[in-house]
Design a protein around this ligand. Structure first.
Ligand SMILES: [Zn+2]
Ligand SMILES: [Zn+2]
Length: 208
């Protein structure tokens, strides 16, 4: 376990990576938070402190409480739900495990969001709010999905406004907003384009 003393000059922080669902409250005004890929019942802010079900006030080595991250993004497992990749810094008491670290305070530094529309092959211009299917998110939270210009009527939050909204979350534990970098990732093929291509190939295969 590493116990990091708080310092007013330059607090030491541990950098890590994780996957999270983006959740959106339509508002107005809209609000954007993060939720775990599996346990999504407690959406967290871009700057937040941990909560323990057993009531620990500090991250407890023998417990499972705290915000989790891994040192290498390549070590993250694929998740079944749509997630964004987060680069975070963990502060306060940080417990190190063989495969991950968990800490008391987490600040999101960078978000890598799928840059393609969830419904077609166009680039995303913002986030729409989709009602959760199985009540897995508490009200007023919806799933945030990237959508294109053709779906602009459903856009709750423009792509250009995401960083400012998260960075200005003054209700965080310190009230001191940190800049957040938002990357709309189009380095991979659009999922819709990939499935269209698979479908075309399958049809061609069926014709032979
Ligand atoms: Zn605990
Ligand atoms: Zn679209």
């Amino acid at each position: 376990m590493t116990d990091i003393p708080p310092s007013s000059a330059e607090p030491r922080a541990i950098r890590g990576w994780k996957r999270a669902q983006l959740v959106l409250a339509p508002g107005p005004p809209p609000d954007l938070r993060f939720a775990g890929p599996v346990e999504a019942g407690h959406p967290y802010r871009a700057d937040d402190v941990f909560r323990c079900r057993k009531g620990h006030r500090r991250v407890e080595p023998a417990c499972t409480c705290g915000f989790y991250a891994v040192a290498d993004p390549a070590a993250l497992k694929a998740s079944v739900v749509r997630t964004a990749l987060l680069e975070v810094s963990l502060e306060g008491r940080v417990v190190r495990h063989r495969d991950c670290v968990r800490g008391e305070r987490q600040r999101v530094r960078r978000i890598v969001v799928d840059g393609w529309c969830a419904f077609c092959v166009r680039p995303a211009v913002g986030l729409a709010a989709i009602a959760p299917l199985f009540g897995e998110l508490p009200a007023p939270w919806h799933r945030a999905v990237p959508v294109c210009e053709a779906e602009r009527a459903s856009v709750v939050l423009r792509a250009d406004d995401v960083a400012a909204l998260l960075g200005n979350d003054e209700d965080g534990p310190t009230g001191a907003p940190a800049p957040i970098e938002v990357v709309w990732d189009r380095s991979q093929e659009s999922p819709a384009a990939a499935s269209l291509r698979r479908l075309t190939r399958a049809r061609r295969g069926a014709a032979w």
